[in-house]
Write a protein that binds this ligand. Structure first.
Ligand SMILES: N[C@@H](CCC(=O)N[C@@H](CS)C(=O)NCC(=O)O)C(=O)O
Length: 364
């Protein structure tokens, strides 16, 4: 039996795990079964989220970070983790950024553009409504219901106001033009073949900006054609030759120097708030909490949005990758970390540690 990947083409996070599996040439089937998701999968993971990966032996893996870590250990051929600790650190930084902050731009593109919104509601009807065994208007009504739920997150993501939408749009456009200088045909973030950082960037663009019809898609096709080529290649990762050593280009540093400081500022602000909550919580306990909006600099403008202790766990995971590096490697990458705005947050000691056990964030 093959792996079962519970996900959809229009889901932001599913793109990361699907592309990794494709690159690794792992046989898998993508399914979306609402009964399974609300039944045994939710029971096992305490969440109703996609993607979820069910292994041939029935093991259930939830969360893209957990899934990719497990796949890399089980399928070491065509690796996606660079052996070089500095390249891995940059990949983890990008992962925090794309998973936790860049999603704001993807939700903005999808739900605050009427063309994209209409397309997404249709996709939800076809993908989710029809999976419930419904057709036509009944399927579309389910699509509308899920769409309403997704749009209820917009204020939390900082894009419920016109000002927030404008700042997120500007950040999307500037970052995208810079990334378009990094990647292209046979050109990945770290060289001639993809690594984790590329699957993460693919997640950041594929389902919303690239796949939804609308203004962002037009912008990508017209202004960022190299990036479009790259996204197509990663969608068919099994065809990519795995040769080449990773390296850091000036164009990548330029891109990271634009997005990096915003990601670090967001992470630091969330961690500060999580520290206040941790001071009132018992160690060893489940620590899954929302974090009220924090204000930070996004692409040069003041921006506010909420977060979660889960996001802080992911930030601390980046810091752990830094702490595991030997001193020589830390010193060699120090100038780049300073340039991309991550030196301080990686060196900080927040005074508490989060861990993930049984699919949930815990206070250690
Ligand atoms: N941290 C999770 C995030 C997964 C996630 O948020 N998935 C979205 C779809 S792209 C979802 O299932 N959302 C359901 C909801 O928030 O109600 C991961 O990396 O897998």
């Amino acid at each position: 039996m093959d792996y079962l990947h519970y996900g959809t083409m229009f889901s932001y996070y599913s793109a990361k795990t699907r592309a990794v599996m494709s690159f690794k040439r792992i046989p898998f089937v993508e399914v979306y079964d609402p009964r399974e998701l609300s039944g045994r999968i939710q029971e096992a993971t305490s969440k109703r989220m996609i993607p979820v990966l069910v292994a041939p032996d029935g093991e259930i893996l939830q969360d893209t970070t957990v899934i990719v870590d497990a796949l890399e250990a089980r399928f070491p051929d065509r690796p996606v983790f660079p052996a070089d600790s500095a390249m891995m650190l940059l990949s983890r930084i990008a992962e925090f950024f794309i998973d936790e902050l860049w999603i704001t731009t993807a939700m903005n593109t999808r739900w605050n553009d009427p063309v994209s919104k209409a397309f997404a509601i249709g996709e939800f009807g076809r993908g989710i409504g029809e999976a419930h065994g419904l057709e036509g208007e009944a399927a579309m009504a389910i699509g509308q219901r899920v769409a309403d739920q997704m749009q209820s997150y917009l204020p939390y993501l900082g894009i419920g106001t016109e000002d927030g939408q404008r700042i997120a749009s500007q950040f999307f456009r500037t970052a995208t033009l810079k990334l378009n200088n990094v990647v292209g045909k046979d050109r990945y973030a770290l060289g001639s073949r993809p690594w984790l950082i590329d699957f993460v960037l693919f997640e950041g663009y594929y389902a919303h900006h690239y796949r939804d019809a609308g203004a962002a898609q037009q912008f990508l096709k017209q202004e960022a054609p190299q990036l479009c080529y790259y996204l197509d290649a990663l969608h068919a990762g099994h065809c990519i030759a795995p040769e080449g050593e990773p390296g850091i280009s000036d164009a990548l540093v330029d891109y990271l120097s634009y997005v990096g400081p915003s990601a670090a500022a967001f992470g630091a602000a969330l961690e500060l708030q999580a520290g206040l909550l941790a001071a009132q919580s018992a160690p060893g306990r489940v620590f899954e909490k929302g974090i009220d909006p924090v204000t930070f600099d996004l692409g040069g403008e003041s921006f506010s949005r909420g977060g979660s202790t889960f996001g802080v766990w992911k930030l601390q995971r980046v810091r752990a990758a830094y702490q595991q590096m030997d001193e020589e490697a830390q010193q060699a990458i120090a100038p780049v970390l300073t340039q991309i705005g991550w030196a301080d947050v990686l060196a900080a000691d927040p005074g508490f540690r989060l861990e993930r056990k049984n699919h949930l964030t815990h206070l250690a």
